[in-house]
Write a protein that binds this ligand. Structure first.
Ligand SMILES: Nc1ncnc2c1ncn2[C@@H]1O[C@H](COP(=O)(O)OP(=O)(O)OP(=O)(O)O)[C@@H](O)[C@H]1O
Ligand SMILES: [Mg+2]
Length: 446
């Protein structure tokens, strides 16, 4: 059952409680991740890289000053080789005074930027740094007065581990947490769903599934309140039924006595009128009983509305009425209903169409996704819009019906029909038919 319209932006959000709760959980987790990634990793990585790079820069600076102080080129080469052996990275010396100005530094490489900036500012010599040429090696070239000192610096001496690794870990942990939360959430949402299902079933007059209040305290309370409410409503229905049938039953005996006494009297105008009235009262009492019996005892069972309608339509055709019956071929027209109550409901409506119409009846059965609808139309005079609500009330009959005494009704037919549909969670709507008369739309939810 869909409940209520959703506003524009709500349409793009999950509709269920489960989805929403999950969203409330996931969005902050990812926001935290992004914040951590941006702030912490950037700051941390930047700081560590600058520190490590500075150490190397100082080393390079002292090498540079030693190498620059040496005037003999052959001696310089030997010295550089000696120096390079103990430091864990390669340096060499070339006699040229040109530094390849290679400085590509993509903005997104935080570490590379920090390496380049630190080496440039802390070495104290003109330096060119290339972080891109090789994956794990940074190439630096320092311009000395007598040549160029080149160094191939392993990246792990300049910066710390790739932060993507940390990100992957964070992701993995959050995914794990979300999975755990999903499992717990599902357990919390289940009792709410059960409560909704029970309330829905009760609204449709079906035997609601028995469920044990479980889950969070609020849910338990709602479930308990619902169970109490359901019991109260059931008690009230039972009381009403009992009272109505009691009254009807008690009225019957004096009415029968009155009818018998009247039959003994002489044929007079007054007596005839009284007899007539008593007969009408008896009919009313019968109607009352039917009304009271209405929804109470029967239990819903799978019922094919098409087959039921076919039977009623046949009865109506037997009364010389032209009935056009339309039903979907192979449509899903079976649903859980109380057979006697529903038969009474549909018969009342179709008989009305026969009684108050001009002889032609249209019965249309529609199987929709969420409900099954029966539309009954006739070609009579119909009912004025302002009277439509009125005639749904018990004992209300139209003027025509009273004056022409159309089969002596009690004015309960539509009330019973409405009662039955409501007890199944459906509705009964009166409108004007395209064929001229009244259109009665009865629907039963699935
Ligand atoms: N198809 C219809 N066309 C015109 N008027 C209608 C139609 N159906 C019902 N009515 C009006 O609504 C009134 C109430 O209908 P309802 O079925 O409740 O009672 P009834 O037919 O008079 O008596 P009962 O059905 O109890 O024998 C009728 O008296 C009639 O005036
Ligand atoms: Mg009727």
């Amino acid at each position: 059952m869909t409940a209520g319209p959703y506003s524009h932006w709500q349409r793009y959000l999950p509709k269920g409680l489960f989805g929403r709760a999950l969203l409330i959980l996931i969005v902050p987790v990812f926001l935290i991740q992004i914040t951590v990634a941006l702030v912490f990793i950037e700051r941390h990585l930047d700081g560590v890289t600058r520190q490590m790079s500075e150490t190397i820069a100082r080393e390079l600076r002292s090498f540079a000053s030693v190498v620059e102080a040496q005037s003999d080129p052959a001696e310089t080469g030997r010295m550089v080789t000696e120096l390079s052996s103990g430091i864990g990275y390669e340096i060499d010396f070339v006699q040229q005074d040109f530094i390849d100005p290679q400085e590509r530094r993509p903005f997104y490489l935080i570490a590379d930027r920090a390496i380049i900036e630190t080496l440039q500012s802390k070495t104290g010599y003109p330096i060119s740094v290339d972080t891109q040429r090789e994956n794990k090696v940074v190439h630096a070239a320092i311009q000395l007065s007598n040549g160029v000192l080149r160094a191939a610096l392993p990246k792990n001496r300049l910066t710390t581990r790739n932060p993507h690794f940390l990100l992957v870990w964070m992701m993995a942990v959050s995914v794990f947490l979300i999975v755990v939360a999903t499992l717990f959430l599902r357990n919390q949402v289940r009792p709410i769903r059960q409560l909704a299902e029970a309330a829905e079933a009760f609204g449709k007059g079906r035997t609601a599934p028995v469920f044990k209040p479980s889950g969070a305290e609020e849910v338990r309370r709602a479930a308990l309140a619902f169970t109490i409410m359901r019991a109260r409503i059931e008690r009230q229905i039972a009381q009403r039924t009992l009272m109505l049938s009691g009254v009807s039953h008690d009225l019957r005996t004096p009415l029968t006595r009155m009818r018998l006494s009247l039959a003994m009297m002489d044929e007079q105008e007054d007596v005839t009128r009284l007899t007539h009235d008593v007969a009408e009262m008896e009919r009313m009492v019968d109607g009352f009983l039917a009304f009271a019996r209405g929804e109470s005892i029967e239990t819903p069972e799978p019922l094919d509305l098409r087959m039921m309608l076919e039977g009623i339509v046949e009865d109506e055709r037997a009364k010389e009425r032209e009935v056009k019956f339309e039903a979907p071929v192979g449509g899903a027209t079976t649903l859980a209903l109380r057979p006697d109550a529903v038969r009474r409901c549909l018969r009342n409506v179709i008989e009305n169409a026969g009684k108050y119409g001009a002889g032609r009846i249209w019965v249309t059965l529609k199987a929709e996704a969420r409900q099954v609808t029966v539309v009954v139309e006739d070609d009579g005079d119909g009912v004025a819009p302002e009277m439509r609500e009125e005639i749904l009330r018990p004992f209300v009959r139209g003027d025509v019906a009273r004056n022409q005494d159309k089969g002596g009704g009690s004015g309960l037919g539509l009330s019973i029909a409405l009662d039955v549909t409501r007890a199944h969670g459906g509705n009964l709507i009166l409108s004007e038919s395209a064929h001229g008369g009244l259109a009665v739309t009865v629907n039963f939810p699935r």
